[in-house]
Write a protein that binds this ligand. Structure first.
Ligand code: ATP
Ligand code: LTN
Length: 333
C-alpha cells in the first residue's frame, strides 16, 4: 500500500497517566521502526471507554498521550500520530469484523477475564468485543508489525485469526500482522505486588512509576518497592520484586543480569533501589522536558491531531471500501 513499505501500527489508551511499563513495553520501541516502516500510532480513546472515564480527564489525557508520543521521539513529520475517534472507519470495520469473530474466541481473552473481575458492576459488551475494535485498528492499515507489551500478544494473535478467516472467504483482503514483543521490558511488574503487571489504572500510585513523576517521587517509589528478605542483588526464581527491579535497571542501562549482579555484589538492596531510581529519573528527564513544551501549545497538538487523522482516514477509507465491495455492499459513486 505504501510503495512496498512495511507498516508498523500500535495504540495506547488514554485511560490513566502513562507508566514506565507503557514506556518500556511499548512507546520506547515505536521509534525503532521510524526509518524503514510506514508508522502509525494511535491514541485509542474509544477503547478507553470500555471502563468508566471522567470526561474532562479523558480529554486531557488524550492530549497528553499524543504529546508523550512526540516527547518519546516520534517525529510527526515521519509518523502518523492520531486519535482513534477522529477516524470513523475504526468502528465501521469493527462491526464487520464482529461478524467474523467467534463468541468462544472472545471468551478466552485473559484481559476480558481480568477486567470483568475488576469491574464486576460494568461488564459491558464493549469490554467483551474490545479485541475486535483492536483488530480493526490494525487491519485498516494493512499492518505488518505491532509493537506491544506481552499482555497484548493474545489480542494480536486473535487479530491474525480474524484476518486469516476473512482472507480465506475473501482472498487478499488483509495483511496478516505480527506481534513484536521486545525481550526486555515486555512486562514491567507492580512495585507493590510484583506478581501483577504495572498498570496505569492501578489505584495505588505507589505501585506505579509514571513517566511524568519527578525525580524525588521516582526515587521514593523505588525505595519503597516490595522485595524479599534476602539482601543479595541476584536474579533468581521466586525473587519477583528484585527480578522486576533488575529488569527495569537493565532496560534503562542496557546491562545484562550478570553485569548488574557484579555491579552490586556486596551492596544491599538499598543501594540498588537508589540506583534504579536514578537511572530511571535520568532517562525520563528529557522526555518530561519535551512533554512540558509540547503541552504548552494545545493549538499545535490539535493541528497535529487533524493532520494525523487526515493521513489515517485516507488509508482507512481505502481498506473499508475494499472490504465492503468484497462483502457485496452496494457502492454508490
Ligand atoms: P490499563 O491499566 O488502562 O489497562 P495499561 O497500563 O495496561 O492500561 P495500555 O494502554 O493498555 O496500558 O497499553 C499500552 C501499551 O503498553 C501496550 O502495548 C501494552 O502491552 C504496554 N504495557 C502496558 N503495561 C505494561 C507493562 N507493565 N509492561 C510492559 N508493557 C506494558
Ligand atoms: N489493546 C491495547 C491498546 C490498543 C492497541 C491497538 C495496541 C488498541 N488498539 C492496536 C496495538 C494495536 C491495550 O490495551 N494496550
Amino acid at each position: 500500500m505504501f510503495q512496498n513499505q512495511k507498516v508498523s501500527y500500535s495504540g495506547v489508551q488514554p485511560s490513566g497517566n502513562l507508566t514506565i511499563g507503557n514506556y518500556l513495553g511499548a512507546l520506547r520501541n515505536f521509534s525503532t521502526y521510524s526509518d524503514d516502516y510506514k508508522c502509525l500510532y494511535c491514541v485509542v480513546d474509544q477503547h478507553a471507554i470500555t471502563v468508566r472515564q471522567v470526561p474532562a480527564d479523558l480529554r486531557r489525557r488524550t492530549y497528553e498521550t499524543l504529546a508523550l508520543y512526540m516527547a518519546c521521539g516520534l517525529d510527526p513529520e515521519k509518523t502518523t500520530l492520531y486519535v482513534q475517534s477522529h477516524v470513523h472507519e475504526h468502528t465501521e470495520l469493527a462491526w464487520i469484523l464482529n461478524c467474523f469473530t467467534m463468541f468462544g474466541e472472545l471468551s478466552r481473552m485473559t484481559q476480558f477475564k481480568d477486567k470483568s473481575a475488576k469491574h464486576a458492576d460494568n461488564i459491558n459488551a464493549g469490554l467483551f468485543t474490545y479485541p475486535v475494535l483492536m483488530a480493526s485498528d490494525i487491519l485498516l492499515y494493512q499492518t505488518d508489525v505491532v509493537p506491544v507489551g506481552i499482555d497484548q500478544k493474545q489480542h494480536v494473535e486473535l487479530c491474525r485469526d480474524i484476518a486469516t478467516r476473512f482472507n480465506s472467504l475473501y482472498p487478499d483482503t488483509f495483511t496478516i500482522p505480527e506481534p513484536i514483543v521486545s525481550k526486555s521490558g515486555m512486562k514491567i511488574m507492580s512495585l507493590a505486588e510484583p506478581t501483577k503487571k504495572m498498570s496505569k489504572s492501578d489505584e495505588n500510585p505507589n505501585a506505579v512509576v509514571y513517566i511524568l513523576d519527578d525525580k524525588d517521587t521516582i526515587i521514593r517509589k523505588f525505595k519503597r518497592a516490595v522485595t524479599d528478605s534476602d539482601t543479595e542483588v541476584r536474579f533468581a526464581p521466586g525473587k519477583d520484586g528484585i527480578n522486576n527491579l533488575m529488569s527495569i535497571y537493565a532496560c534503562f542501562t542496557g546491562k545484562t543480569m550478570e553485569e548488574i549482579e557484579a555491579e552490586f555484589a556486596g551492596k544491599g538492596y538499598g543501594d540498588f533501589k537508589l540506583a534504579v531510581g536514578e537511572v530511571c529519573a535520568d532517562a525520563l528527564a528529557p522526555v518530561q522536558q519535551r512533554f512540558v513544551q509540547l503541552m504548552a501549545d494545545k493549538g499545535a497538538l490539535e493541528a497535529q491531531m487533524k493532520k494525523g487523522a487526515e493521513e489515517a482516514s485516507y488509508i482507512a477509507r481505502r481498506t473499508v471500501s475494499k472490504v465492503e465491495k468484497k462483502l457485496g455492499f452496494v457502492q454508490l459513486r
